[in-house]
Design a protein around this ligand. Structure first.
Ligand code: SF4
Length: 441
């Protein structure tokens, strides 16, 4: 069999694309190996969303190019967001790469690789991207068997002034609900217990064909028995009461919402071209807490956006203090070439951005620990991930309030369980981001 090594960079949405490429390549007789030195084909699925991701991708390409230099029979193929964003520049600069493939042609990889001419530094790119994945595509899951990502849309119709995603991934395309049901059923049959629904903006689902996220979720709930379904990345202005009421009524939709707010200052949000202000956010938090008491909330905040003042940061800290959100990711703003905000003035100096970043992080660490304290003494459902990465003496799992790969976890110090089991755990301790407890019964 022909051997390949795949490096998947960036987010879970990109990982789904990687799994689909692997599925297509395996069907054509390729076998994935962990060691790139043993592979005939070196494939990199890149992220190109922000500057650090671009740097990471280029570093990885150069690392693999060294292996190819030592063994010129190897082929090096690069795909993903970086190619979609900078394809021609990459082709001009990185002669070590045999082929650059844009997002829309990833499913053609087996055919493209089979006729890869010696030493050709080719580029296959369609812009704007308009492809859409489907359940008919073979997929090799790379997550543990009991959880999976399901990408429900591609692209984005929002035009946030700091973001290049619409340029890279194109406008919104939603997958048909029936196709999502087919995929969710197949995943359930494969043993998946937790299905994480992902998109650039989950709430936009169906707006391109007069449907809605709530309508699609109703169908998924009816047609599958998946015990945990998690919604990640909701646009704040589009979180409807209909959706919140459905979540409140359906325990299989875990009470967890990931809503990137980006900021709270109406002035900053307007410059970001977000379609809401501080007042709408106050109302949103109230609505969620009223309709789904105990719902865990995750968000991301950006500090140092051009024109952000000390007053804006005070407003942000004040809201975080009052809202007591469970999980907050904080990012210092960076100019992105081609994004409107790159031309906005005045810029916030790097050291000020860093200082603001640290203040928000420090406050959230205190809040997170206080939030987790409320679980001490209670019994919670935990999906067991397996033996802890910290020590073999503990198991590790997650509650319905902790998303995979981003939030904290539960360390289980009593009882036995296998990966994929959903067990009852009595929580005994709360740390800054993690919980500790023992299995009951
Ligand atoms: S909603 Fe998200 S993906 Fe879409 S433009 Fe805004 S930041 Fe980018």
């Amino acid at each position: 069999m022909k051997t390949l090594h795949l490096t998947s960079l960036g987010c879970a949405k990109n990982l789904v694309d990687s799994e689909l490429m692997l599925g297509a390549l395996e069907l054509s007789g390729w076998r994935a190996v962990a060691d790139p030195a043993e592979a005939e084909l070196l494939l990199v699925n890149t992220c190109g969303f922000i500057r650090p991701a671009v740097e990471e991708a280029v570093d990885e390409i150069l690392r693999l190019a060294e292996l190819k230099q030592a063994d010129p029979a190897k082929k090096l193929v690069v795909t993903g967001c970086l190619v979609q964003r900078y394809g021609k520049d990459l082709q001009a600069e990185l002669h070590e790469v045999d082929l650059f493939v844009g997002i829309d042609d990833q499913q053609r990889l087996p055919e493209l690789i089979s006729r890869l001419p010696e030493g050709k530094n080719g580029l296959i790119l369609h812009q704007p991207s308009c492809a859409l994945i489907s359940s008919a595509m073979p997929r090799r899951l790379s997550t543990p068997f009991f959880r999976s990502w399901m990408k429900i849309t591609e692209g984005c119709d929002n035009r946030c002034t700091y973001c290049m995603i619409p340029t890279i991934r194109g406008n919104l395309r939603s997958r048909p609900a029936a196709d999502l049901v087919t995929e969710a059923r197949a995943l359930e049959q494969a043993g998946v217990k937790e299905l994480c629904l992902i998109a650039q903006d989950l709430t936009a689902y169906g707006s391109d064909f007069s449907s809605s996220l709530a309508a699609m979720l109703r169908l998924l709930l009816k047609e599958t028995s998946l015990p945990w379904m998690r919604l990640l990345y909701l646009y704040p202005a589009s979180v409807t009461d209909e959706l919140l009421e459905l979540m409140a009524a359906q325990p299989r939709l875990v009470p967890y919402l990931d809503i990137p707010l980006q900021h709270v200052s109406s002035r900053v949000l307007q410059r970001m071209n977000r379609r809401y202000g501080r007042q709408e956010l106050e109302q949103l938090i109230c609505r969620i807490r009223r309709l789904i008491p105990g719902c865990a909330l995750r968000t991301t905040m950006m500090v140092g956006f051009p024109g952000e003042t000390e007053h804006d940061v005070e407003e942000l800290l004040d809201c975080l203090q009052r809202w007591q959100l469970d999980h907050v990711g904080v990012f210092p703003y960076e100019d992105e070439e081609g994004a409107p905000a790159a031309d906005f003035q005045p810029k916030v100096p790097d050291e000020v951005k860093q200082e603001r970043f640290e203040r928000v992080m420090a406050l959230q660490a205190e809040i997170s620990q206080t939030r987790l304290q409320r679980y001490v003494g209670s019994e919670v459902e935990v999906l067991v991930e397996g033996v802890s990465e910290e020590t073999e003496l503990l198991l590790e799992g997650r509650t319905r309030f902790q998303a995979p790969e981003i939030d904290g976890c539960v360390y289980i110090n009593e009882g036995e369980a296998s990966p994929g089991d959903i067990v009852k755990v009595r929580i005994a301790e709360a740390h800054i981001y993690d919980l500790v407890g023992g299995i009951i019964g």
